[in-house]
Ligand binder design. Structure first.
Ligand SMILES: [Zn+2]
Ligand SMILES: [Zn+2]
Length: 261
């Protein structure tokens, strides 16, 4: 089933240095048998959206529609097999397509695709159509990168799982965490670190939260940290010398010391 209406309404950056975002109507990507369309209900605001829109990561193409923590109701699906059906709540994250043919894609590691990792916005579909994110009333893309949202999870909560959530979960899942034995230092609290701390606790590890001041101390304990260390305090930072089994680093900056001791 293809859709009749090939336009959608977006909140876009339409011109360099022009803020705020503007509401405009633009064309959706061309429909094909692998397409799926969502009526967008929620979209998280990822830090990378800001970096992109402010061209901190290089020039962008206008209009730019950011947003890659997208939740919506499936409104149309292409003729190829689909893991969701019309009416389902579903979401898409930062990656919207890949080559589907390389050894990584064929091994369910599309994020490692050697040919064409395609991002959800600031990217182009194979036919040259621009890719647009979720600051919009619709999203149209490849069904293979859209996932059903469990009924038990609200859309508001689910949205950020599609970027921050999976980014924090995947390395922990692949890191052989042993309940009651692993000791994980989660560096950076506030975004990815919130997920990292909670997932690490869920895997049964002892979790040490690290931030560069005292500001995050209370929230760190509220979300499950067993201990909190202020990275500005050199003595405190030596406390777990040679005891850590894992470090989950969620952010870097020019003044950010990755490891001390
Ligand atoms: Zn993101
Ligand atoms: Zn590939």
């Amino acid at each position: 089933m293809s859709t009749e209406n090939n336009t959608f309404t977006v909140w876009a950056s339409i011109k360099k240095d022009l803020n705020p975002l503007e509401q405009v109507v633009i064309n959706l990507k061309q429909w094909n048998k692998d397409s799926i369309e969502l009526n967008v209900t929620h979209c998280g605001v990822c830090g990378s959206n800001i970096h992109t829109l402010e061209e901190e990561w290089g020039p962008i193409e206008y209009p730019c529609v950011a947003g890659h923590e997208i939740i919506g109701i499936v409104s149309s699906i292409g003729s190829n097999f689909c893991n969701v059906k019309v009416g389902d709540r579903a979401g898409v994250g930062p990656q919207s397509s890949s080559c589907h043919q390389c050894e990584f894609c064929l091994n369910s590691q599309e994020n490692m695709c050697q040919d064409s990792v395609m991002y959800t916005y600031q990217s182009n579909w194979p036919n040259g159509d621009r890719a647009f994110g979720g600051y919009a009333d619709k999203w149209r893309g490849d069904y293979r990168f859209v996932f059903k949202v469990p009924d038990s999870m609200s859309s508001r909560v689910a949205a950020s799982f599609f970027c921050a959530g999976i980014i924090a979960y995947a390395p922990l899942k692949h890191s052989n965490i042993i309940p009651n034995k692993s000791v994980i230092r989660v560096m950076g609290i506030g975004g990815l670190g919130h997920y990292g701390i909670q997932f690490a606790k869920g895997f049964g590890a002892k979790v040490i939260g690290i931030s560069h001041s005292e500001v995050k101390r209370d929230i760190a304990f509220q979300i499950g940290c067993d201990e909190y260390l202020n990275s500005s305090d050199k003595d405190a930072m030596s406390k777990y010398q040679n005891q850590l089994t894992h470090i989950l680093c969620t952010g870097t900056g020019s003044d950010f010391e990755f490891i001390r001791n």
